[in-house]
Design a protein around this ligand. Sequence first.
Ligand code: AMP
Ligand code: ZN
Ligand code: FE
Ligand code: FE
Length: 292
Amino acid sequence: MVSRADLHCHSTFSDGRLTPTELVDLAYHNGVRILSLTDHDIVDGLPEAFEAAERYADFTLIPGIEMSTDVPGNEVHILGHFIDWHNPAFLDRLSHLQESRLNRARLMVEKLQQLNKPVSWERVQFFAGEGAVGRPHIALALMEARHVSSVNEAFDLYLSRNGPAYVPRDRLGPEEVISLLVDVGGMATLAHPRELLAAGGLENLLESLRAAGLTGIEVYYQDYLPEEIDTFRDLASRYGLIPLGGSDYHGLGGPQQREPGDIPLPIEPVQKLLALAEERGALDRARIAHSR
Ligand code: AMP
Ligand code: ZN
Ligand code: FE
Ligand code: FE
């Protein structure tokens, strides 16, 4: 089933394989008519995405971002939709995050050297291109150097949170990031909650995140099973959160990958998000389809 909406995708401006233009084109050809580009801790791909969206009369593009945060023992990713991505204080925060991503990636490359799995910093930078550097770029360098045969293997052996080459990013708490997003007029959504549910304490976290201004939770995501979708939809309804979703398309392959739009996200929650954006005066930050 292909949904008309996909609220979570990456481009070359973070760790996606497609440029924003290629992503917009692929999503459109898959039947997606409402898309959000949500690169990791960066908004620099948005101008190109908006330009690409202009070529389709019946296409809505929502400015977005996915911000990485940490809680003890786990990573929490928060999506921000309809953010005022020109806000200077916000951009300043993001450029500090870029810098800390760079330092952290260098430390990971040093650790790999010590593990006798050397990759060159130049190749990591090459894979990162103009955008935010992340672990998937190091994974690609590990593959190229034939230390691993896939991105997933690179994570399993070295780069996952408990892996020997892992270095944490600068720690931001999810509540702090939600405030940051709400301050720039964004709607904040908890991304891919499966691991958080498995770790326990998701309900306490939701309580705290909602108090900080969270308005959505990702319910329809990649390979989430119907039973999991039911569980998260139930949580959404109990905590008054909009049950949103996205493919988290990166274009890097792997068994969990879904194409843009290849998620069972119904249109009603997406319309709720648009209504909330309208209520908060944020709708004009999106490029709205001329014919909807
Ligand atoms: P970073 O922001 O540098 O910490 O990298 C996070 C990104 O790495 C996520 O957005 C995923 O795309 C990717 N990632 C995390 N864990 C895995 C994994 N086990 N296998 C493949 N990709 C992963
Ligand atoms: Zn990513
Ligand atoms: Fe994520
Ligand atoms: Fe993502």
